[in-house]
Write a protein that binds this ligand. Structure first.
Ligand code: B16
Ligand code: MG
Length: 216
């Protein structure tokens, strides 16, 4: 094996395709506020916290609100999102994700979740994946949103592994930047044009093999 001894996984867009539900929840909120919101604009929201996402959305809609009004809208967006993920189950795990988690663990690699989502635990429970992770760091445990590396550094610290020996799996540009700032290797999941700063880009975890970690 390479010097990689731990894998840190983002959740939305890497393990499960909840990114599409985040998008339609934000779009519904934008429509409530009287403007439209494209999939391209949504790229800016991927991986970042709920409130930071709302600030970007309001900027796109040229709307200024008080903190109190923003709290109400953030709750509304989350209610939409929760209604969309109500029926989510193990069948929504992205192709190859569970197999790769199991393979990495059986190879002796430590496994952490590093997600900005405050709903991460609920989703992992619904996907029946909680036991796959040695450490779970989510939006309830960190203060600084990606591209700040806090979420990944906290994961490495709780795993007891040096950042240098960690590889992060990320689908968002902000997450790739966070991993690099944290001094970690990063494998982009998705579009190589968007994730070009990654050490390697694959279309999904079904394309991953442990042997690819050696070449990082
Ligand atoms: P919540 P990740 C992120 O999760 C999403 O990519 C991002 O779109 C979302 O705004 C953020 O979680 C916060 O989610 O509203 O559920 O707390 O990609 O870091 O797993
Ligand atoms: Mg993501």
């Amino acid at each position: 094996m390479s010097r990689i001894s731990a894998c840190i996984f983002d959740l939305d867009g890497v393990i499960v395709d909840t990114a599409k539900y985040h998008y339609i929840a934000w779009k519904k909120l934008a429509n409530d506020l009287g403007f439209d919101f494209s999939e391209q604009e949504n790229e800016q929201l991927k991986g970042i916290s709920r409130m930071a996402s709302l600030d970007i959305l309001l900027k796109i809609g040229k709307i200024k609100l008080s903190d109190q009004e923003k709290e109400i809208l953030a709750t509304q967006k989350n209610d939409y999102y929760l209604s969309f993920i109500k029926e989510i189950g193990p069948e929504e795990i992205l192709p190859g994700a569970k197999d790769f988690l199991i393979a990495a663990k059986s190879e002796g690699l430590k496994i952490a979740l590093g997600s900005a989502s405050k709903n991460a635990m609920l989703i992992l429970q619904r996907l029946e994946l909680v036991d796959c992770f040695d450490v779970i760091i989510d939006g309830t445990k960190v203060f600084k949103a990606k591209p700040d590396p806090e979420v990944f550094l906290r994961g490495a610290q709780e795993l007891g592994v040096n950042p240098d020996n960690c590889v992060v799996f990320e689908d968002a540009e902000s997450g790739v930047e966070a991993a690099i700032k944290g001094g970690m290797k990063v494998i982009g999941i998705g579009d190589s044009k968007i994730l070009h700063k990654s050490n390697l880009v694959v279309s999904g975890l079904h394309e991953m093999a442990l042997s690819k970690l050696q070449a990082l």
